[in-house]
Write a protein that binds this ligand. Sequence first.
Ligand SMILES: Nc1ncnc2c1ncn2[C@@H]1O[C@H](COP(=O)(O)OP(=O)(O)OP(=O)(O)O)[C@@H](O)[C@H]1O
Ligand SMILES: O=P(O)(O)OC[C@H]1O[C@H](OP(=O)(O)OP(=O)(O)O)[C@H](O)[C@@H]1O
Ligand SMILES: [Mg+2]
Length: 406
Amino acid sequence: MSIAIPLNTILQHSPSGLVPSFSIFPPTPSTAVSVRGIRQRCLRMVTSCVSYAQSSVQNGATDAAPVVGRNQIRLGLPSKGRMATDTLDLLKDCQLLVKQVNPRQYVAQIPQLPNTEVWFQRPKDIVRKLLSGDLDLGIVGLDIVSEFGQGNDDLIIVHEALNFGDCHLSLAIPNYGIFENVNSLTELAQMPQWTEERPLRVATGFTYLGPKFMKENGIKHVVFSTADGALEAAPAMGIADAILDLVSSGTTLKENNLKEIQGGVVLESQAALVASRRALTERKGALDTVHEILERLEAHLKANGQFTVVANMRGTDAEEVAARVKTQPSLSGLQGPTISPVYCKRDGKVSIEYYAIVICVPKKALYESVQQLRAVGGSGVLVSPLTYIFDEESPRWSQLLSKLGL
Ligand SMILES: Nc1ncnc2c1ncn2[C@@H]1O[C@H](COP(=O)(O)OP(=O)(O)OP(=O)(O)O)[C@@H](O)[C@H]1O
Ligand SMILES: O=P(O)(O)OC[C@H]1O[C@H](OP(=O)(O)OP(=O)(O)O)[C@H](O)[C@@H]1O
Ligand SMILES: [Mg+2]
């Protein structure tokens, strides 16, 4: 298997494989950050680039930044792209409003987390900076974590399903010409066209995951090229035979006469909360902060998929009503229904003829649940959105502690 990757890509994609001779962002102790401070830092960066123009370039700090060097916990969020707004919206929904004075200011605060500073970065730089110790936590797509984290043990996925940024990394080929009847990875690999002299040419921005996937699938004669975007044009331009890129709606593939193939999905991705193991174990306050963020995220995301449903039911006592409700599969709620007496006043006397039942139902099962409620005598059904569901303990928190060996 031969792999053709431009030198600059190799440099960017090897967080641990470089021997850099200078640092773009030298690790600095924690400071109160001002716009002037950032400007000065950028100026220092430019000066370094100029005076070391002949040197190799590393993306991020030279060495892993010392964990004891600063007190603030740093959370990296996407500075632009399709993840940026959704990330801020999710945090806002968790009452973690990010206060950014100006969209061009790359540092911000979350008043609810006074020991934490937010740094806006490109997603790939968030992963790089988690590895170099310049960030402690981050929200990025799993695709970027896999591509730029390269299986590094220091990266820990704290929450793998933040419910936005859904896409998958997939191999796609033209739906015409010699590929017309090729519909699987096996069929693609078995095409007689690919030889050592004329390998399958794949265009991709994923120069770590691409070759890894091909190797794992035993595809020998393959060569990779890379570009920064609009990869779907490569086959029609004659630059590549196939592409390996992110797909969400599938429109870009379709519009460029490309198709996905069976067995060609490299990974499924959505936004995730990621942390540096070193930061969580060594930086004071980092574990408490991630616990709070995780609890808020889980409570919000769990509630997001559910409605609270309240209905009145005529009955003789709470147990009898409960027994009737329990005959219906969609009416159990989180831990069974809550049933309380409704006190009515009739002829000057207080009596109990109705019971109020409260359940949480998955949004998708709402109509089915209303029908089931009616079937057992429910009336006056009220439906309202749920904001948070805090479990006794967050399951991901226990998983995190065990990953950290705590
Ligand atoms: N259709 C999609 N195409 C690309 N990324 C997607 C898609 N849907 C969700 N994502 C997620 O959004 C992340 C950011 O993608 P986006 O293209 O917006 O930003 P970027 O890659 O930083 O910018 P650029 O494409 O300019 O390099 C991806 O890494 C992925 O996790
Ligand atoms: O399945 P779809 O919904 O059509 O989305 C997939 C496309 O979106 C992304 O490109 P992006 O918009 O980031 O442009 P880029 O190629 O310039 O990065 C990705 O690289 C695909 O080209
Ligand atoms: Mg893009």
